[in-house]
Design a protein around this ligand. Structure first.
Ligand code: PLP
Length: 391
């Protein structure tokens, strides 16, 4: 038995470490392009106006208390989350073969999904992650004892591996970190591979509505897979599209072959959830619940979402324009072709190091930048600095 006194020191989290270094930097023009959270044009966190409004209403609601939620969370929140991702008229909903659990945001959905599959699917099969992927995926699956392997992103023709029965993780939209999503034809090719190899699709959907500004468009891939009859699961996060990062509102949804399987899965999810967190947190889920279930508030939310996605799109255009104007070597079309919160710039680790050390611009070593960290007042500075490091 090891003694707790000899526990080794763990390395700090890369992203949170980057933010700490940015905060400690006293340079006036410093820029943080590391963190995956929306910022307004003044570089400030943005509480969505619709969220502010609903929060006020919640505070003033005399019927609100701080009792526990049910183990699987607010029922109306779960139902609305299912409708949001699958579409209100999804046959799977009508056929009663969908079930969901409210989770600790997207991370919690990934974890509960991973835990469930490790118990009831197989502990023996690996889960395939895109290379690269969100830095937290591998630890989440490894923590429940699942082996993680990489698939080339993106190469649907690569049938070389013997991966029958495996789980495959797919980013529903706005792939993190690359910002590159498959086209609809490429999704069809991916579905063909998954069908022929009998793989289990594990969708991670952390940016619905944030990617294109259109909630339905961003759910296209998931809905296409459901239409083709796959059994699958979906992890939803309301961190980015509601700006509810710290409130930890999320949902894990299973689409199954029949209602009997859905009921059995639901019972096991409740059992796992009970021992993991007992009950999910209420505040963020109540906000999302009120917005998703009220047509007027929903319309306001869609407007707020559009504001965020258009600002990000404007920043993509501005960054590319500045890079071209200053004759920065290379092709920068990918900046505007990529979608979602991030852009994979193609900058290499030594160039990133110079950006950090000389120009006080903070980004991860893989060259990923958060578009939300750009603003009308810093985009030129960032472009000029990139120009300097690639020259
Ligand atoms: N999945 C992906 C791909 C992400 O990028 C993120 C956040 O960055 C998440 C899941 C989960 O985030 P959260 O737990 O804050 O909802």
């Amino acid at each position: 038995i090891n003694s707790i006194r000899t526990v080794p020191l763990a390395p700090p989290d890369v992203i949170f470490n980057l933010t700490a270094k940015y905060k400690a930097d006293t340079f006036a023009q410093k820029v943080n392009l590391g963190v995956g959270a929306y910022r307004d044009d003044a570089g400030k966190p943005w509480v969505l106006p619709v969220v502010k409004k609903v929060e006020q209403a919640l505070v003033n609601d005399p019927s609100r208390d701080h009792e526990y939620l049910p183990i699987l969370g607010l029922p109306t929140f779960r139902e609305a989350s299912i409708r949001l991702i699958l579409g209100a008229d999804s046959p799977a909903i009508k056929e009663n073969r969908v079930t969901a659990a409210q989770t600790i945001s997207g991370t919690g959905a990934n974890h509960l999904g991973a835990l469930f599959l490790s118990r009831f699917y197989s502990k023996e099969v690996p889960i395939y992650l895109s290379n690269p992927t969100w830095a937290n995926h591998k630890p989440i699956f490894n923590n429940v004892g699942l082996e993680t392997r990489n698939y080339a992103y993106f190469n649907p023709k690569d049938n070389g591996l013997d991966i029958d029965g495996s789980i495959v993780l797919l980013h529903a939209c706005a792939h993190n970190p690359t910002g590159v999503d498959p086209t609809q034809d490429q999704w069809k090719a991916i579905a063909d591979v998954i069908e022929s190899k009998k793989l289990f699709p594990f969708f991670d959907c952390a940016y619905q509505g944030f990617a294109s500004g259109d909630l339905d468009r961003d759910a296209w891939a998931v809905r296409y897979f459901v239409e083709r009859g796959f059994e699958l699961l979906i992890c939803q996060s309301y961190a980015k599209n509601f700006g509810l990062y710290g409130q930890r509102a999320g949902c894990l949804t299973f689409v199954l072959k029949n209602s009997d399987a859905a009921a059995r899965v639901s019972s096991q999810l409740a059992k796992l959830q009970r021992s993991e967190i007992s009950n999910p947190p209420a505040h963020g889920a109540r906000i999302v619940d009120r917005v998703l279930n009220n047509p007027e508030l929903y319309a306001e939310w869609v407007e707020n979402l559009r504001e965020m996605s258009s600002r990000i799109k404007n920043m993509r255009d501005a960054l590319r324009d500045c890079l071209i104007k200053s004759n920065t070597p290379g092709n920068w079309d990918h900046i505007t072709n990529q979608i979602g919160m991030f852009s994979f710039t193609g900058l290499k680790a030594p160039q990133v190091a110079v950006l950090k050390e000389k120009f006080h611009i903070y980004l991860t070593d893989n060259g990923r930048i958060s578009m939300a960290g750009l603003s009308t007042s810093n985009v030129e500075y960032v472009a000029n600095s990139i120009n300097h490091v690639v020259n």
